[in-house]
Design a protein around this ligand. Structure first.
Ligand code: UDP
Length: 340
């Protein structure tokens, strides 16, 4: 790893105040795949994932993702599931196959809710209009006609009891695994002689010397503030779809359940340069990635180099999906070696 620690962006540690924090932004572990959970059970115990998010619109907090309560508060009327569906049916734009994130949201909730909760947040987060982003970006957020207020829909929502870093530490505590810190792959690639295969998880464009161009990434800056009170905000995350420069504030204690008399909040400021956090799903970037994918395919066939993960596959996936990919690439490697 390039960095001086394990666990990638899932890294969590105790800050100067003894508070367990997610250094690179919140990781709300969730999955529908029980096999992943069974596998990770070997390395950690779990606590329930309490992922509640609210959105700050005109200085009022609304449940987010949009649910029945959000709609009642926003339109200032009592609603049943049926009435809410009828209301949104009137408001939403009739677009059969949304081609971008704007069309996706307009086709689900209409103009007012789009402008209130999505447009400002998305523009800040990506520095792109929702109309230029793939529908899957805003499509990550469910829209509900009940009162459920979890941020995600997945069946299992859990957090490693002692944190992610401890889970990954247990995962690599095998004498057959050597780990090098502060080690950039670019610096050592010519000196490593893989016995079987290489699994590369860094940015794919860097692997190929940017020969097809530089893939665009969105980066983040985290600014931290500590408060002398047990909790500062009512839930783990508050979104700001407004003019503030930060997109969200996160008080991870709501999820880690750590007992501590003080608390810290991270303010997330999206930015252009810096470590790569998010691939930017536009037409331009997916065309460029397709070219790298072809090179990767040849490299796998020729030199047994496998590419997996957010950076190496230029893909916007969650932690469980990254682990799932780790498991599938393992099978790919084993199968290829058996054949050759
Ligand atoms: N989004 C939004 N308003 C919000 C939260 C999210 O418009 O209050 C959009 C935004 O474009 C964001 C995407 O939905 O990038 C996915 O949100 P998610 O919270 O899943 O992003 P992540 O946690 O991966 O940063």
């Amino acid at each position: 790893d390039k960095r001086n620690h394990i666990a990638g962006n899932c890294f969590d540690n105790k800050n100067h105040h003894g508070q367990l924090v997610h250094k690179y932004g919140p990781h709300y572990f969730r999955t529908n795949n029980v096999n992943i959970l069974n596998y990770l059970n070997k390395f950690t115990e779990w606590i329930p994932g309490n992922y509640v998010v609210k959105s700050n619109f005109k200085n009022e907090l609304y449940p987010f993702p949009i649910n029945l309560e959000t709609l009642e508060k926003f339109f200032n009327k009592k609603l049943t599931k049926k009435k809410a569906e009828e209301l949104l049916n009137k408001k939403c734009k009739k677009i059969k196959n949304p081609k971008n994130s704007e069309e996706f949201v307009l086709s689900r909730v209409g103009e007012e809710l789009y402008k209130a909760f999505y447009y400002g947040y998305t523009f800040k987060q990506w520095n792109q209009k929702p109309e230029d982003l793939a529908p899957s970006v805003c499509g990550r957020i469910p829209i509900r006609f009940n009162r459920q207020n979890d941020y995600v829909n997945d069946k299992y929502k859990v957090m490693p009891k002692l944190g992610f870093s401890e889970m990954f530490k247990a995962m690599i505590s095998n004498p057959l695994i050597n780990f090098s810190y502060n080690t950039d792959y670019e610096r050592i690639r010519n000196n490593i002689k893989p016995k079987i295969a290489t699994l590369y998880t860094g940015p794919i464009d860097a692997y190929f010397d940017f020969s097809m161009g530089k893939l665009p990434w969105r980066s983040l800056e985290f600014r931290w503030k500590t408060f002398s009170e047990e909790f500062r905000q009512p839930c783990v995350q508050i979104n700001y779809p407004n003019k503030n420069r930060y997109t969200r504030t996160v008080e991870i204690k709501h999820v880690t359940k750590q007992k501590c008399p003080t608390t810290s909040i991270s303010y997330e400021y999206p930015k252009e340069n810096g470590p790569p956090y998010y691939p930017i799903p536009t037409e331009f970037s997916s065309n460029m990635y397709e070219k790298y994918k072809k090179l990767a395919f040849q490299e796998t066939a020729k030199n047994n180099v496998f590419f997996a993960g957010r950076l190496a596959e230029y893909t916007y996936i969650n932690t469980d999906q990254a682990i799932e990919r780790g498991m599938s690439v393992y099978t790919e490697i084993i199968n290829k070696i058996k054949i050759s």
